[in-house]
Design a protein around this ligand. Structure first.
Ligand SMILES: Cc1ncc(COP(=O)(O)O)c(C=O)c1O
Length: 369
């Protein structure tokens, strides 16, 4: 039975201690304390992931842009990306004057297909930029092996993958550098925000300079030695990040319960297929994902029917190769996920009763199509 005006597709878990943390930063994160909350969040994040360096940024896009810039990606380079991802992945490549080369994904986890990477490598290819889409870890051992064979860099777009693990190793620690996102629809939020992580001191030092207009304080307090950005994270956001990080296991447990509920409810249906973690993978299930497998109704009509029942849901991202700023690609799997994939509602507040209502509506639409 419908109990709410609206069932949101995504949204954070915020409790009074989160609010108190932000209030503390608003009251005290100034003067000699102006870096306190930011450094604390960076230190805690480093410890959580087990990496040497972490740099808090104003968004996940900023963290990824800085990672690529610090790795030396620039005009004339090509960077291999999965075709189906949030467009931030390809945009940060192209903002640097390089070209994003979209490659098809796998049907199992919707991540870049390692079998299709080598065909996209040219003498201009400088890096592979896999995404852990919707929290499912990409096949990093195979991607790193291909990169090593061809002398390429690997940088992870770990934007939605905090807490996910590849063969027991944390997503975001499996390549030269990675960027995470904490925007409002992510599992852990800071409002807007991101984090660049790396074990490489040169990458970190360059990113620290680029994050603030290419500053080189060793040459004078406001001296800039290269063109950079203003991508710093504010203290208020960092305070929320610290607080959310202490609760990360609980928040992941909410997502796992949602995934398990949906999986059980849809297990006997052959017109929907949940995307489950692959063997040896631990997925944070930030966005429970599903393929519609029926000819009776198309995904867009299905969405309209859900909306009519006050349920918000997200289609998967479109392929970058369909957009005017990107090169074409032959990506049949990505096309089919673009047309038939979606993310079930995953707002943190959803109760079992709410999810029961959502599943009843989904099944009703499919049964009556
Ligand atoms: C796969 C992917 N890459 C990059 C980003 C960019 O992160 P942000 O929105 O924090 O800039 C996101 C999240 O929005 C994402 O899902």
């Amino acid at each position: 039975m419908q109990k709410r005006d609206r069932y949101h597709s995504a949204g954070p878990s915020i409790i009074p201690s989160d609010v108190a943390a932000v209030a503390d930063a608003a009251a005290n994160g100034w003067y000699t304390n102006f870096r306190h909350h930011i450094s604390k969040f960076e230190d805690e994040f480093k410890e959580y992931l087990g990496v040497k360096y972490a740099l808090a940024t104003s968004s996940g896009t900023a963290a990824l842009h800085l990672s690529l810039a610090a790795a030396g990606i620039g005009p004339g380079d090509e960077v291999i990306v999965p075709d189906l991802t949030w467009v931030a992945t390809g945009n940060v490549v192209q903002l640097l004057g390089a070209r994003a080369v979209p490659v098809d994904i796998r049907p199992t986890d919707w991540n870049i297909d390692p079998d299709k990477i080598e065909a996209a490598i040219t003498d201009k290819t400088k890096a592979i930029f896999p995404v852990h889409l919707y929290g499912h870890p990409a096949d990093m051992d195979r991607i790193n092996a291909i990169a090593e064979k061809h002398g390429l860099l690997v940088i992870e777009d770990a934007a939605p993958a905090i807490g996910s693990k590849y063969k027991g190793r944390a997503a975001g620690t499996l390549a030269l550098a990675a960027g995470f996102s904490f925007q409002g629809a992510k599992l852990m939020v800071t409002g807007q925000g991101g984090m660049l992580v790396t074990d490489d001191k040169t990458i970190y030092d360059r990113a620290v300079s680029l994050v603030e207009h290419g500053r080189e304080p060793e040459h004078g307090i406001f001296y800039s030695g290269k063109t950079g950005y203003n991508y710093k994270m504010p203290a208020l956001c960092a305070a929320l990040g610290s607080s959310q990080l202490t609760r990360l296991d609980d928040i992941i447990a909410i997502k796992h319960k949602q995934q398990a509920f949906y999986t059980e409810r849809f297990a006997s249906r052959d017109d929907v297929q949940m995307i489950e973690a692959q063997p040896d993978m631990y997925c944070n299930y930030a966005y429970p994902s599903l393929m519609l497998k029926t000819d009776k109704i198309n995904r867009d009509d299905f969405f309209e029917a859900l909306r009519a029942k006050n349920i918000d849901s997200r289609p998967t991202f479109p392929r970058q190769s369909t957009m005017p700023t990107f090169m074409d690609a032959d990506s049949p799997v990505a096309k089919s996920v673009e047309e038939n994939g979606w993310n079930l509602p995953t707002a943190a507040y959803l109760t079992e009763e709410d999810m029961g209502y959502i599943c009843d509506v989904v099944e009703g639409i499919l049964d009556n199509a």
